[in-house]
Design a protein around this ligand. Structure first.
Ligand SMILES: CCOC(=O)c1ccc(NC(=O)c2c3c(nn2-c2ccccc2)CCN(S(=O)(=O)c2cccs2)C3)cc1
Length: 233
């Protein structure tokens, strides 16, 4: 049984990624608003738009701190951000949702999101994903690395130099694999389960695209940043 050991460089890489990941959380006032007063469907939608917009800003800051990302070809940097924006938001949403919130808060939050004008057929896969992430009880290191791995997916549309992206993604996969072995010795398949969530996450891209179309039908407005990153309007 080879002794799994995280090297000094891998420790350093993990530290940079986790610190960048933790630097931004949902602005407390916004999250509080989502949990408090009664809101109309319209106001819930606006709150989610506000939160999703701040999430994109956070995603860009986080991504810039991924070692090596800024040395990628500029067009490829944009292609990776646009290709992973929805997945990164739902990964982050799942972590917010499954965080030990004071009991009752999760239900209220779920209620708000259900009453925000999002079509029903999108809700089920979204909440199933939140629950499947919650069941993993991921450590913050695992959450941060998994988000970086999702962003550094080489086969996003329009990425030209896929090898350069693979060279950044591989060290992340390697340290996450070692971390899973060390943190979950009784669960040899834990790493595989984490990567399986990335596959489930890709299906949410499809649902999200459908959702955007349905919103545009009943002319819901998004912020310029969301329109830019989601390629709408
Ligand atoms: C500053 C750092 O920001 C964060 O950490 C952060 C984390 C999570 C979120 N999440 C969300 O905005 C969000 C959305 C949904 N749920 N949900 C959510 C919020 C809290 C907990 C769990 C889930 C469904 C629809 N989308 S949407 O983008 O399609 C949308 C629909 C309508 C207009 S925009 C958004 C935002 C910021």
């Amino acid at each position: 049984k080879e002794k799994v050991k995280i090297t000094k460089e891998q420790q350093a890489l993990m530290k940079v990624v986790v610190e960048a990941y933790n630097r931004h959380q949902i602005p407390q006032d916004v999250a509080k608003k989502l949990l408090q007063e009664q809101y109309s469907e319209e106001e819930n939608f606006l709150l989610l738009t506000e939160m999703a917009t701040s999430q994109v800003q956070v995603l860009v800051e986080f991504t810039k701190n991924i070692p090596g990302f800024l040395s990628l070809n500029h067009e490829d940097q944009i292609a990776l951000l646009k290709g992973s924006a929805v997945e990164a938001m739902f990964l982050r949403s799942a972590q917010v949702f499954s965080r030990k919130m004071p009991n009752g808060h999760t239900e209220v939050l779920e209620e708000r999101i259900r009453k925000s004008g999002i079509s029903e057929e999108f809700m089920t896969p979204m909440f199933n994903f939140y629950k499947s992430i919650g069941e993993l009880h991921m450590m913050q290191e695992e959450q941060a690395l998994l988000t970086a791995i999702a962003i550094l997916t080489p086969d996003r549309p329009y990425v030209k130099d896929q090898q350069a992206v693979e060279r950044l993604q591989e060290p992340m996969l390697d340290v996450l694999r070692k971390l899973c072995v060390l943190q979950h010795p009784q669960e040899p398949q834990y790493f595989a389960r984490l990567l399986g969530r990335l596959t489930e996450l890709r299906t949410l891209n499809h649902y999200h695209a459908e959702m955007l179309t349905s919103w545009r039908m009943n002319d819901h407005k998004f912020t310029p940043l969301l329109c830019e990153i989601w390629d709408v309007e």
